[in-house]
Write a protein that binds this ligand. Structure first.
Ligand code: IMP
Ligand code: MG
Length: 169
């Protein structure tokens, strides 16, 4: 396996600052629940919150895909601690790829009666999309490549890389 630089750390941090400013403006006078989808989005979520100028509640959720299934059947392995009923909610993802995971999660969370649910993802890979997902905030669009670093893993490795790299055979 070789790694090739795709998005350098300076670009990532600058873009996250812009996203933080935009979310702060959009949620002025609100107190959204930020739902970090573990584990990949943890790094992005922490850095994003450093640029928020609004109050917020941070919570975490963890999902696992049933192995070998492309059906979009996802199991919640750690649910939210907070009730999002009548709350503004922002889902924070590392990457939206097929959209199956977020599609399931959006359907699930909408049944809980939130005021709103928006999606914020660091990376968006639209060419691999199977399920149409409304992406409200996105860091970067990427082509059809497998990426690691800045939270994203390959078999739990590479999360701690500061840059986003393409993993190639
Ligand atoms: P989706 O359900 O296909 O949209 O996949 C979403 C999840 O798969 C992401 O939250 C990531 O955890 C993982 N994933 C998808 N593509 C990549 C990638 O290129 N690198 C690392 N993880 C990925
Ligand atoms: Mg993920």
């Amino acid at each position: 396996m070789r790694e090739r630089l795709l998005i350098p750390r300076e670009d990532i941090l600058r873009r996250i600052e812009e996203l933080g400013d935009k979310i702060s403006r959009d949620y002025m006078d609100k107190e959204p629940v930020l739902v970090c989808i573990l584990k990949g989005a943890a790094y992005f979520t922490v850095d994003l919150t450093r640029h928020l100028k609004i109050p917020f509640i941070l919570d975490f959720m963890s999902m696992s895909k049933y192995s070998g299934s492309d059906s979009g059947v996802v199991r919640i392995t750690k649910d939210l601690d907070i009730d999002i009923y009548e709350r503004d909610t922002i889902l924070i993802e590392d990457i939206v790829d097929t959209g199956l995971t977020l599609g399931y999660l959006l359907r699930n969370l909408r049944t809980r009666g939130p005021i709103s649910i928006k999606v914020c993802t660091l990376l968006d890979c639209p060419v691999r999309r199977i399920v149409d997902i409304p992406v409200d905030y996105k860091g970067f669009e990427i082509p059809d490549v497998y990426v690691v670093g800045y939270g994203l893993d390959y078999r739990e490795r590479y999360r701690n890389l500061l840059d986003i790299m393409v993993l190639e055979e």
